[in-house]
Structure formats: C-alpha cells, structure tokens
Design a protein around this ligand. Structure first.
Ligand code: 13P
Length: 258
C-alpha cells in the first residue's frame, strides 16, 4: 500500500457567493504571488463564483494554481435557463468542479442521483469533480455518520470506472462544521476519512483507494490546518471562509506540506 506521501495534497478555496470579478481577480493575483513556490508539494485550487471564473482564470494563466467552479448542470447544452454546463467551465479554464456541496443539497434540493449525473458530465467534459459528502449534526448524534457518508458515496460515484474514481477528489465536510467555527477533531476527521478510503477500496479496489485524495472541509483555519492535514487519510482541505483572505489561505496551503 503506498504511503500518504504518494498522494499530493490538494487544497481548494471555495469562495461561495463572495467577491465581484475585480475583487476575485485581485485575490487570485495575491495568491499567485504568495503560493507560486508550492508547485510540487501541494495542488492549489481556487473556486470563485461563475461571474469571476474568466478573470480569475486569466490571473492564473501559466501558474501552477488551478481553477474550479462550484457547480454545473448535467447536460452539455440546451434550454436550461440560468444554468452553466461542464464544457462551458472547461472553456474558461476550469480543471475542477465542486459537486454536491451540502449547501446545494440543503438549500437547492440536490440529490445523490443528481450529483452522480453531474459527476459523469464533468468527466465527459475532461474536468475532474470534487465530490462533497458529510453528515448533519442530527445524523452524527444519531450515530449515522458512516452510513450517511457511504450512501452519498455510493450514489455520487455510481457507475464510474476505476480510472475515473482514482482521479476524483472526495471532500468530507461535516455539515455541522461548515461556517460554524466548530471543526471536527482530527480524530473525528481521520475516522471518517479512513472509512471513506475503505469504502473506495470495496467499490473500486485497493489501488484506487490508495490513490484517491480525500479533503477535509469545515472551519479549516491557519491554526487548526496542520493538525487536520497531519492525519494519515487527510489529503488536503476544502476551505470556505478562510479562503477569502490571502494570508489565511496561504498559511493553510503551507500547512499541507509543513
Ligand atoms: P468554512 O471553511 O467557511 O467552514 O466552509 C467550508 C466549506 O463549506 C467549504 O466548501
């Protein structure tokens, strides 16, 4: 079994519905300057809102930072007013698409089946998904965390072949830790990450499980990043609030290879 060092950590900033195009471009430039040196140690991904993808992509051109979208539609084109497709995201320079974020599940009615259609659309467009899973507080308190995460994985990753599964990024984001300042302990995170890797081994084989990268998300900050990212099955972070400040996000990225 390869060691953790065989998996390059991936740290992504989910900017959610924040920043104008100009503000986003300025932040991207700042991060590019601060993180230009991490080429080989950590993969860094920025996910601005749709309206800022193009200018942020321009700011990241010829850099080692990657662009991501926060959602997409499952169809490549058509009469879907207000939606954006995976090929359109590829066209503006994206490499990743965040899918199944808990805010989309809770506020916009996304289902595991819907996430699965989008995952397939993303691969078909030559992009890679960051597939989010995670339990609510009620589910955790009811002892259902591992069952919920398994169900989300089975639904979201259904029908993928091993090669695709190995290239997907999985983000474990306990809903109760998102935007609350309440982070999972490193032991809680490691327990679920190990479970996810075990699930992937069952579904796609040991090699895929050893290769797949699993991010932790939920109130990751500069002062807790090293502890969380130091866990054997934590291969990076999906950062919300702290990714909006260049110094904080840069510190989290640096914690991934400290
Ligand atoms: P916070 O880091 O603000 O808790 O958000 C986490 C998140 O939802 C990233 O996708």
């Amino acid at each position: 079994m390869p060691t953790r060092k065989d998996r390059r950590p991936v740290v992504a900033g989910n900017w959610k519905m924040h920043k104008t195009a100009a503000e986003a471009q300025a932040l991207a430039r700042e991060l590019r300057n601060a993180l230009g040196v991490v080429r080989d140690q950590v993969e860094v991904v920025l996910a601005p809102p749709f309206t800022a993808l193009y200018p942020v992509g321009k700011a990241l051109e010829d850099s080692n930072l990657y662009l991501a979208a926060q959602n997409c539609h499952a169809e490549a084109q058509g009469a879907f007013t207000g939606e954006v497709s995976a090929p359109m995201l590829k066209d503006v320079g994206c490499r990743y698409v965040i899918l199944g974020h808990s805010e989309r599940r809770q506020l916009f009615g996304e289902t595991d089946e819907g996430v699965n259609r989008k995952v397939k659309a993303v691969f078909a467009a030559g992009l890679l998904p960051i597939v989010c899973v995670g339990e609510t507080l009620q589910e955790r308190e009811g002892g259902r965390t591992l069952e919920v995460v398994s169900r989300q994985l089975a639904g979201g990753l259904a029908g993928l072949d091993a090669a695709a599964a190995a290239r997907a990024v999985i983000a474990y984001e306990p809903v109760w830790a998102i935007g609350t300042g309440k982070t999972a302990t490193s032991a809680q995170a490691q327990e679920v990450h190990a479970h996810i890797r075990g699930w992937v081994a069952q579904a796609f084989g040991k090699e895929v499980a050893a290769a797949v990268r699993i991010q932790y998300g939920g109130s990751v900050k500069p002062d807790n990043a090293a502890e969380l990212l130091g866990q054997p099955d934590v291969d990076g972070a999906l950062v919300g609030g702290a990714s909006l400040k260049a110094a904080d996000f840069a510190a989290i990225v640096k914690a991934a290879f400290a």
